[in-house]
Design a binder for this molecule. Structure first.
Ligand code: HEC
Length: 156
């Protein structure tokens, strides 16, 4: 009887001793550190910048396509072909399949920060060895360019 008592005493002491501390610690390790909204955007392949969500419509908006083409001719054609051929920067063919629309628009409107923080943008820089300059493109203009890119990729 005495032996049983001391066994129970020992058991409860042991449980108390390793109870609290360790289980809290392992809980803390199991919970991943909270992501900031920016880290979440980057992890989701949306890049970093003001554009968090883009709604795409089908069929394409023809007016946007035309405006986007005009902006492309003026501000982008010097470095980007519409084929898959790299010039100063990558060719635009298939870009709307390679990238999320948010990523494309953030790249166009927030290129300095993209090159600093987005891994995919950094890979392109390593490939092209030229930093894409900030072209002072408004969000509305970037949206028009995106529509033109979709049209260039054969969307109707
Ligand atoms: C002076 C050359 C230059 C001009 C002008 C330029 N870009 Fe770029 N662009 C680049 C380079 C170089 C890269 C690759 C990233 C880097 O090295 O900075 C790039 C990358 C991109 C990408 C990513 C392409 C991919 O394959 O993921 C997009 C999208 C883009 N540019 C859009 C534009 C748009 C839209 C314009 C016009 C408003 C424009 N760029 C004007 C040089 C340029």
């Amino acid at each position: 009887m005495k032996a049983l008592h001391s066994f129970i005493l020992l058991l409860s002491l042991t449980l108390a001793a390793c109870g609290g501390g360790t289980s809290n610690e392992s809980e803390a390790q199991a919970t991943p550190p909270a992501m900031t909204p920016e880290e979440k955007m980057l992890a989701e392949g949306k890049g970093v910048g003001e554009i968090k969500f883009v709604e795409l419509k089908t069929p394409l908006e023809a007016e946007r396509v035309d405006r986007g083409k005009a902006i492309y001719d003026m501000k982008c054609a010097a470095c980007h072909k519409l084929t898959d051929k790299r010039f100063v920067g990558p060719g635009f063919q298939d870009v709307t399949n390679r990238r999320k629309p948010e990523w494309i628009m953030n790249m166009v409107t927030n290129v300095e920060v993209m090159l600093e923080k987005d891994e995919e943008a950094q890979k392109l820089l390593q490939l092209c060895l030229t930093r894409m300059p900030n072209q002072n493109v408004s969000i509305g203009d970037a949206r028009d360019i995106l529509e033109f890119m979709r049209s260039n990729d054969g969307e109707k």
